[in-house]
Every structure is written in structure tokens, then in C-alpha cells.
Design a protein around this ligand. Structure first.
Ligand code: ADP
Length: 448
């Protein structure tokens, strides 16, 4: 069934996405209704879980005719733990050992830009106006406007898209400029590889001689001292030479944990632009654009149905579109509202089902570094009260639990306490953008 499902996925995904993300996946085994697919690394696993789980499951369900569940297993644990070991050794200053720790091939340092992520295909709307404008300004005048430009926002909201779009524009208007697009993760892997092969001079030459450096997902270097050190020098060399740097992150610089102060402050030197979740109209406009590009024809009512579902992440929205396209072409039926409701039932329904009060309590306790017991206690310290109220609000927002249900899971609070907490947080979310961001980050973390 996997073979067949993969063939079907090949029809609906772009050639590149298919080659990158589906081809390396192998069938491993199955157990009851759970299909296990093997993938090369745990990074790969995370990526598939975040981006392709639903599409793959959709394809498997259609080809097998059964309701299945899906699990990914990492097939090549060794090479990965060696890389991590290498980073660990660099942190500890044991360069020699780090060099021996990994035995992978160097691959090409510069990642190609994603051809679909252009300004033409980016919908500017509430939530991303400012980041979009800043990205355009930088693309049109590299190194003469904001340097660095730091774009941050939750997952799937268009940061990579803007970063690639900057790259495309500069490459087409100034073909002589050397534009380098690279994720922070890749930066680290390349560094470790070059270090191992005693080729750090090549690595430094590569990164310190670019004209435009586009670094995606910088939060990845959190806690990775060796990588931070190297990135710090790369940043300085480029900035001093008046080269454009653009960085994306899922967090505001101050909120990235375990990040050296000197890097944090550099990230704040230029312009910081945030991307907030899109509103309904923007989601509709994005769906329309995506349906043009993918040629998946969406009737108005279905567009509205998808846009008004509780997803606030554009990648998820796109996932639903692709899934509908897949269903429609595989079963040879047109997309209708009824069909959309039916085929997305599990995605839209599942999420509510899976999220439990316990899960939320754990996420909030972790976020604030407090004990779950403190959330359930009567303690009145300010930070505990706030964490408790946020947890209660999230339970109300993300589960179907009633006020009394929630109260009882928070050490038997009465329902007026629960109502008070939700109102208080509602208001704070409304008044304070930073607070909104904090709560939304926890929420996104729970949804992952
Ligand atoms: P992030 O880097 O913030 O996690 P991406 O840039 O990968 O998110 O965006 C996720 C998906 O959503 C991509 O396919 C991207 O094309 C799409 N997307 C996000 N924002 C927009 C937008 N404003 N207009 C069109 N597509 C968008």
C-alpha cells in the first residue's frame, strides 16, 4: 500500500517536495492498524510529522481503504547521534574529538531557493503587512535599509516564504551578488562537517564571502555554543563588510533561550518585524492564491469553510487544500462542501480530541518552569497565579471541557474562579501583544 500511496503522492506534490520528503521514506512494518514508515533522521521525522503527516495518512487511507494511523521510525540513529556528539564536543572545546566524531560527506552548502516562495505568490494581509514591507525594502535595496532584518513569528506563517522571496528578487535584479540561503541547522551541520575534515578555512570563506546571507530558523542554535560562536564571527564579518543579513526565528530575540547576549543584541541592531496569524480575509486570499497555483479548484463555500476552521497556521491550511486536491483527483470527484467536511473530519476533529487538560498543564508548567502541583494549588504568588490563569484559559480554548470539569482538574476550584481566569486572560490577550505572543507560543507548542 505504501508503494501505491507514494505514487499517488507523486501526482499531487511538487517534484521537489516529493523527491526531498517522500522518496527517502521506506515502509518499515505494520502493527494492527498502525503503519510504520522509516525515515533517515529525527529531523526528517519531525519535519514529516509537522508538514506531511496528514497528506501521507490521507494517501494511505485512500489506497488501503482502511482507517490507519501512522508512525515514523528513524532508521539511521548512528550518524545523527554522532553529529550531536560533535556539537557537544565543540561546546566543550574538544575540537580534535569533534573532528573524529562524525563521518558524513560534505554536501553543498548553499540550499537552493524554493521556486514557489516568491513575492508574487505572497499575500500581504493583516498580520504580515509589516514584515512583507520590510522584506520588500531589503530585497530592493540590500544592505541599504535594515541590517540585519530579523523576521519572527509562529510556525507556518510565512517566514521562510519571505526569506526566499528576498533571495529571488536580489538574484534577479543583481545577478552578480552572491546570495546564500541556509537554515541555521544546516549552518551547524556544515560547520561540524568542515571541522571534522579540518576544512574550517573553506567553511569561513564560504560564509564570509557572501553578499546576502539569509538564515532561516535561527532559534535552532539555542544552547549550541560552538555554532553560536561561529555564527557570531560570520555575522560580524558580513556586517562590517556592509553585506545584507536577514534572519528568521520563531521567537523574538529576547525569548530565544540559551542565546549569547552578544548575538541577541546584534539581532536587534537592525529592524525586527513580526508576523502574526492571519485573519479570515487574509486566509481566504491565501487559499485563493494557492488554489490558482496548485490548480486545485475550490468553490467559494469550501474556501470559506477552510479559512474559518480553527487553524491559524498557513501551512496547515495548505495541507488541507492539498488533501482535498488529492481526494478529489484520486476518487475522481469534484470538491464540494460536503466532501470537504467528510474528508477533513479527522483533522479538524482529531485535534480537539487529542488535547487534554493534563497536556496543557504540562506545557504551561514547562514554559514557566514550575510544578504541575503549583498550578493546582491555592498559592498566590504572582507568577503562579498568571501561569494558572493561562493554563485555565488554554483548557477552555483548546478542549471541550466545561468550567466545572476544568475547576476540578485544577485542585477543585469552583467554576467562578475558572470564569474569572478566562476573562482576565481574554482581556490581557486583547490589550497586550507580547502577552498574546507568549500564550500563542504555548498554544502552538501544544498543537505540535
Ligand atoms: P514559516 O517559515 O513561518 O514556518 P513558511 O514560510 O514555510 O512558514 O510558510 C508555510 C506555508 O504557508 C508556505 O507554503 C507558504 O507559501 C505559505 N504562506 C505563508 N504565508 C503566506 C502568505 N502570506 N501568502 C501566501 N502563502 C503563504
Amino acid at each position: 500500500a505504501w508503494q501505491q500511496a507514494a505514487e499517488n503522492l507523486e501526482k499531487v506534490l511538487s517534484e521537489r517536495d516529493f523527491a526531498t520528503w517522500i522518496k527517502p521514506v521506506n515502509y518499515s512494518h505494520h502493527d494492527g492498524n498502525t503503519v510504520y514508515l522509516s525515515v533517515p533522521t529525527s529531523f526528517f521525522k519531525d519535519w514529516l510529522e509537522e508538514n506531511y503527516q496528514k497528506v501521507i495518512l490521507g494517501a494511505l487511507t485512500v489506497t488501503s481503504g482502511h482507517n490507519l494511523s501512522l508512525s515514523f521510525v528513524v532508521r539511521d540513529h548512528n550518524s545523527e547521534s554522532e553529529t550531536l556528539l560533535a556539537e557537544d564536543l565543540i561546546i566543550k572545546g574538544h575540537q580534535e574529538e569533534a573532528e573524529q566524531a562524525k563521518s558524513a560527506q560534505l554536501d553543498s552548502t548553499v540550499t537552493p531557493l524554493n521556486s514557489k516562495y516568491t513575492f508574487d505568490l505572497f499575500v500581504s494581509g493583516t498580520g504580515n503587512h509589516f514584515a512583507h514591507a520590510a522584506a520588500m525594502a531589503v530585497a530592493n535595496n540590500p544592505a541599504d535599509t535594515y541590517n540585519p532584518l530579523f523576521i519572527y513569528g509562529g510556525v507556518g506563517l510565512g517566514k521562510s516564504h519571505l526569506l526566499n522571496a528576498i533571495g529571488h528578487t536580489i538574484r534577479s535584479t543583481s545577478p552578480s551578488l552572491n546570495v546564500c540561503y541556509c537554515s541555521a541547522e544546516k549552518f551547524m551541520y556544515e560547520m561540524v562537517n568542515h571541522l571534522r575534515l579540518k576544512k574550517m578555512d573553506i567553511f569561513r570563506n564560504l560564509f564570509r564571502n557572501v553578499d546576502v546571507l539569509l538564515i532561516d530558523d535561527i532559534q535552532f542554535i539555542s544552547g549550541k555554543t560552538g555554532t553560536q560562536e561561529e555564527f557570531f564571527h560570520t555575522f560580524n564579518a558580513l556586517h562590517e563588510a556592509h553585506k545584507q543579513i536577514v534572519i528568521t526565528s520563531d521567537k523574538f530575540p529576547r525569548e530565544i533561550s540559551d542565546l549569547e547576549e552578544r548575538l541577541r543584541s546584534r539581532f536587534e541592531w537592525g529592524l525586527i518585524a513580526d508576523i502574526q496569524p492571519p485573519d479570515l480575509e487574509t486566509k481566504i486570499a491565501i487559499l485563493k492564491k494557492k488554489s490558482e497555483v496548485t490548480k486545485i479548484r475550490l468553490p467559494e463555500d469550501v474556501t470559506y469553510f477552510l479559512a474559518s476552521s480553527d487553524t491559524r497556521n498557513i501551512r496547515e491550511l495548505e495541507g488541507m487544500l492539498i488533501r482535498l486536491g488529492a481526494y478529489s483527483s484520486l476518487q475522481n470527484i469534484p470538491i464540494t462542501l460536503e466532501m470537504a467536511k467528510e474528508s477533513l473530519k479527522d483533522i479538524l476533529g482529531d485535534r480537539r480530541k487529542e488535547i487534554t487538560i493534563e497536556l496543557i498543564q504540562k506545557a504551561v508548567a514547562d514554559q514557566f518552569a514550575i510544578k504541575i502541583a503549583d498550578l493546582k494549588s491555592e498559592k498566590r504568588q504572582k507568577n503562579l497565579v498568571q501561569a494558572r490563569q493561562i493554563a485555565i484559559w488554554l483548557c477552555r480554548d483548546m478542549t471541550k471541557a466545561s468550567y466545572p470539569d476544568i475547576g476540578s482538574k485544577f485542585g477543585g476550584k469552583d467554576h467562578s474562579t475558572v470564569i474569572y481566569a478566562t476573562k482576565k486572560i481574554d482581556k490581557a490577550l486583547h490589550d497586550d501583544q507580547k502577552f498574546f505572543k507568549l500564550v500563542d507560543d504555548i498554544r502552538q507548542g501544544i498543537l505540535k
